[in-house]
Write a protein that binds this ligand. Structure first.
Ligand SMILES: [Zn+2]
Length: 110
């Protein structure tokens, strides 16, 4: 199927532009999820350090876990908002990265 846009004033996207656009959106979402995982690891390490020092509720560990929760929430929201087909705006599945065609318009996205 030929790439088309939803707006009559917009020009059509080439195949390379579609693939680059999806790849760029995927990297943004992946970065946010990875940043959240990093903060979970920091929180676990801080908790382990505090626990070994005899402190059950560490403020730093709680702070790191709160940051990671915020990042996970932001990553989820950003993924829903931007990880979409640039041609037909169908939501793409972030966790099925083997998907090579859009489910809505069958345009090649990888
Ligand atoms: Zn599509």
């Amino acid at each position: 199927m030929q790439p088309q846009t939803n707006h009559s004033t917009a020009r059509s996207l080439s195949q390379d532009e579609i693939i680059q656009s999806v790849d760029f959106r995927f990297r943004i979402c992946q970065f946010l999820f990875r940043a959240a995982v990093v903060w979970v690891v920091i929180g676990i390490v801080l908790f382990a350090i505090a626990f070994s020092a005899g402190i059950l509720l560490s403020g730093l560990s709680f702070m790191a876990m709160t940051i990671s929760l915020g990042l996970f929430t932001a990553a989820f929201a950003v993924t829903l908002a931007i990880y979409r087909c640039p041609v037909c705006d169908t939501r793409l599945s972030f966790f099925h990265s083997e998907q090579i065609d859009c489910a809505g318009c069958n345009v090649k996205i990888k």
